[in-house]
Design a protein around this ligand. Structure first.
Ligand code: OAD
Length: 252
C-alpha cells in the first residue's frame, strides 16, 4: 500500500515524459547497508578524505589506500541492490529514455538491472594501470600492505575519482546532455553538495525539467526543487514505480 502522496502534477508529467533522469547519491545504497559519506555515521566522519581519497594520499601510502578500497569493496560485494535500485531499473523501459546518473561507485544500479547508467565518480570494481592506462579486469585484491602491479610494471589504482581529479569526460558530457533534455529530473539520496556533479539538477531545471528531490533530509537543493518527497528512496521509488505502471495501464 502506498504511503507517499504523489501529486497529480508529478504523475501527469511522468506520463507525458519522453526523457527522465535519476541522479543518485550514497543515500540510495544506504538501505543496502553501504555507509553514506556525510552525517553522523558517514564515512567522512571517521576518515579524512584527503588521507584516503586523493592522489597525494595514494602517492604517500598506496598500500594504505588500497587497503581501504579493498575493505569497501568487500562491504559492497556482500550487499544486494535494494528496492529503490530495483524500482529505478523497472522504470527504465517505461520511457523513451531513462538515464541513471550516479555518484556512487558501488555498481548496485547495474546489478539491479539498470542499463543506461553514467558513473560520474568511477566504479570500485574496476582498476587501471597508472602507467599504460589499461584496465585491470579481474584484479585480485592486494594482500594487506602490498600494491597491485600491471604487466608493464606500472602501479594499478582503483578506477574511482579522487578529490581534485576531473570527472570522466564522456560520462560527464553524456550526463550534462541528459540533464539538458530531461522532462523530469530526480535527485535521489544525495546531499547535493559535491561539484561539479551537484550542478546537474540546476542545469536540468534551467533547461525546463521538472525537478523532484527524494531524501529523508532536506538539502541545499530542496528550495529549488519543484517537489520534495521526504523519505527513504527504498520506499518511495517502488511506490512511485507501481503507481506509474498502474496508471499507464500496461502501455509500453
Ligand atoms: P552524502 O553522504 O553526502 O549524502 C547522502 C544523502 O543521502 C544525505 O542527503 C542523506 O540524507 C540521504 N539519505 C540517507 N539515507 C537515505 C535513504 N534511505 N534514502 C534516500 N536518501 C537517503 O553522499 P553523496 O551525496 O552521494 O565523492 O556524496 C557525494 C560525493 O561525496 C560522493 O560521490 C563521494 C563523496 O565524497 C567522491 O568520492 C568523489
Amino acid at each position: 500500500m502506498s504511503t507517499t502522496a504523489f501529486s497529480r502534477n508529478l504523475l501527469d508529467r511522468l506520463l507525458k515524459a519522453d526523457e527522465v533522469v535519476a541522479f543518485t547519491g550514497a543515500g540510495v545504497s544506504a538501505e543496502s547497508g553501504v555507509p553514506t559519506f556525510r552525517g553522523t555515521d558517514g564515512i567522512w566522519s571517521k576518515f579524512k578524505p584527503e588521507e584516503l581519497a586523493s592522489m597525494e594520499a595514494f602517492m604517500r601510502n598506496p598500500a594504505l589506500v588500497w587497503e581501504w578500497y579493498a575493505h569497501r569493496r568487500a562491504i559492497i560485494g556482500d550487499v544486494r541492490p535494494n528496492a529503490g535500485h530495483e524500482a529505478l531499473a523497472r522504470m527504465e523501459p517505461l520511457f523513451s529514455r531513462f538515464t541513471v546518473v550516479t555518484q556512487n561507485i558501488d555498481n548496485l544500479h547495474r546489478r539491479a538491472g539498470s542499463r543506461r547508467v553514467h558513473e560520474l565518480h568511477g566504479n570500485i570494481e574496476r582498476s587501471y594501470c597508472m602507467t599504460c592506462l589499461k584496465q585491470a579486469p579481474g584484479l585480485d585484491l592486494p594482500e594487506r600492505g602490498s600494491i597491485p602491479r600491471c604487466a608493464c610494471g606500472g602501479v594499478i589504482r582503483p578506477d574511482v575519482v579522487w578529490f581534485g581529479e576531473m570527472l570522466p569526460e564522456e560520462e560527464w558530457e553524456a550526463s550534462m546532455a541528459a540533464a539538458g533534455r530531461a522532462d523530469v529530473f530526480f535527485s535521489i539520496g544525495t546531499s547535493a553538495v559535491v561539484y561539479p556533479a551537484a550542478s546537474l539538477p540546476y542545469a536540468a531545471k534551467r533547461s525546463g525539467a521538472y525537478l523532484v528531490e527524494i531524501n529523508p533530509e532536506p538539502t541545499p537543493l530542496t528550495p529549488t526543487s519543484d517537489e520534495y518527497l521526504q523519505g527513504p528512496s527504498g520506499s518511495i521509488l517502488p511506490e512511485l514505480c507501481e503507481l506509474l505502471v498502474s496508471s499507464r495501464g500496461g502501455k509500453r
